[in-house]
Design a protein around this ligand. Structure first.
Ligand code: HEM
Length: 141
């Protein structure tokens, strides 16, 4: 879920207003200034994640947080103004996926290449592959 959120769902920026004069990473910030924070600058940084541009569904295995607000992952924002619906959203996403899988078999499309024949990469805010990866849904009996 963390990887999917970092890859697909994340909000492009968070907006904050400085309530006092301060300095951030050597930059002087005046009280009242608007500050745009780009989560991508951390989510896709090699300083925090090895191979940050590779979609790796197992990246967070055994390392999922309970707070859903980590030092280096904040798909739902951070601090007191973070998304209050984060747990609701995680449950809703899981229920949606479970419902699809209960009702449908998800199969490779007719001409789909094998997983070892494609490279998956982040492009912009989406995970893409260098070859089309058609899938098909077959309603379960
Ligand atoms: C996958 C679904 C969702 C994602 C990825 C998401 C993400 C976010 C993010 C990134 C913020 C900004 C946090 C910040 O500035 O630090 C936010 C704020 C907020 N979200 Fe969500 N959200 C989701 C679903 C929802 C839902 C379903 C609700 C309501 C039912 C909701 C209600 C809110 C509210 C009220 C805020 C503003 C909180 C504040 O300013 O104090 N979100 N959300």
């Amino acid at each position: 879920m963390h990887q999917g959120n970092a890859a697909i769902l994340y909000v492009l920026f968070f907006l904050r207003e400085a309530d006092e004069d301060c300095e951030i990473a050597g930059v002087k910030v005046d009280k009242g200034s608007s500050i745009l924070f780009l989560p991508k600058s951390v989510h896709r940084s090699a300083d925090y994640y090895p191979n940050p541009d590779v979609f790796d569904p197992h990246r967070f295995d055994n390392n999922e947080s309970n707070t859903l607000q980590d030092d280096y992952w904040f798909g739902f924002g951070i601090g007191p103004r973070a998304c209050p619906a984060v747990r609701w959203a995680f449950v809703a996403i899981k229920i949606f996926i479970a419902n699809v899988l209960i009702k449908y078999d998800v199969l490779p499309g007719e001409d789909a290449p094998g997983m070892d024949e494609v490279n998956a990469r982040f492009r912009g805010t989406k995970v893409t592959t260098d070859k089309p990866m058609p899938i098909r849904f077959r309603k379960r009996a």
